[in-house]
Design a protein around this ligand. Structure first.
Ligand SMILES: [Zn+2]
Ligand SMILES: [Zn+2]
Length: 267
């Protein structure tokens, strides 16, 4: 981020694993360089937003379910053959222990032998806190989701005061609750409709209750089952409970700008 430019959050994709009508898989981009997850639609959503994969400095991995990381090999492949052929652009992957081995396995399955040279230049970072380019600092915390995917969430804080929480695909849990309460904006993945019985995702009633407990936090719902604006048949439902006023359902491509004390949706 150049000096004087407000922190920016781009929601490149906002759908759950099943790509409800018109939505790409959930993926967020901070200041054009820090990606939260590398979903299967990563390249498509970066292209649609006019962003180059070579500008990505960090991928913060929430967990290793396919809808969150299966775009990683394509990110590397694109950088190697299109946008960073000389391998000059650094890339750091932040994730819990176990993420590196799974991404290496995934890359080898996808393009045997091809991505190794790039992977060797990726910096894998498992520390729970750390600094990111552009004045950002991250904090990683465990969340309540399928344990086999080493699920974690993040709080990102900017030196200028901006903050945001991201729970990954978590269900309600104390660590995410604490993170939400400590940030100005929280991305909440509402992956399943009300009738699905699960502890591992937020249902609409869970989101409504969370938002009611944190009325001063902007709650932005992503990774959603709710159909988008595209054409084609309705996949699940557009029915969502009435939500508190601090909840907004995100759409693909929308952006939020830090305005000094709050985040404002700008498009
Ligand atoms: Zn997911
Ligand atoms: Zn998941």
């Amino acid at each position: 981020m150049s000096e004087g430019v407000a922190p920016r959050l781009d929601l490149l994709g906002t759908g759950n694993a099943f790509l409800p009508r018109g939505r790409f898989h959930s993926m967020a981009l901070v200041d054009g360089m820090h990606l939260i997850d590398a979903s299967p639609t990563a390249l498509a959503s970066l292209r649609r937003a006019g962003r180059s994969p070579a500008d990505v400095r960090t991928v913060l991995v929430t967990h290793t379910h396919g809808d969150h990381v299966f775009g990683f090999p394509f990110l590397l492949l694109e950088r190697r053959y299109i946008s960073d052929r000389d391998g000059l652009q650094p890339l750091t992957v932040v994730g819990a222990p176990g993420v590196e081995a799974r991404l290496r396995h995934l890359c080898e399955l996808a393009y045997p032998g091809s991505l190794g040279p790039l992977l060797d230049h990726v910096s894998f970072q498992t520390s729970r806190t750390g600094a990111l380019e552009g004045g950002w600092h991250y904090e990683m915390f465990e969340v309540h989701h399928d344990a086999a995917t080493v699920p974690h969430g993040y709080v990102l804080r900017h030196e200028g005061g901006a903050s945001l929480a991201h729970g990954g695909d978590t269900g309600p849990c104390a660590t995410f609750e604490h993170a939400v309460g400590s940030a100005a904006l929280s991305l909440v993945e509402m992956g399943v409709p009300e009738w699905v019985q699960t502890e591992h995702h937020h249902r609409p009633s869970d989101v409504a209750a969370l938002a009611a407990r944190h009325p001063d936090v902007q709650i932005v719902v992503t990774h959603t089952f709710v159909d988008g604006e595209g054409s084609g048949p309705v996949t699940v439902s557009t029915d969502v409970l009435e939500m508190p006023s601090n909840v907004q359902l995100a759409s693909d491509g929308e952006a939020w700008l830090w305005a000094g004390t709050t985040w404002n949706r700008c498009e």
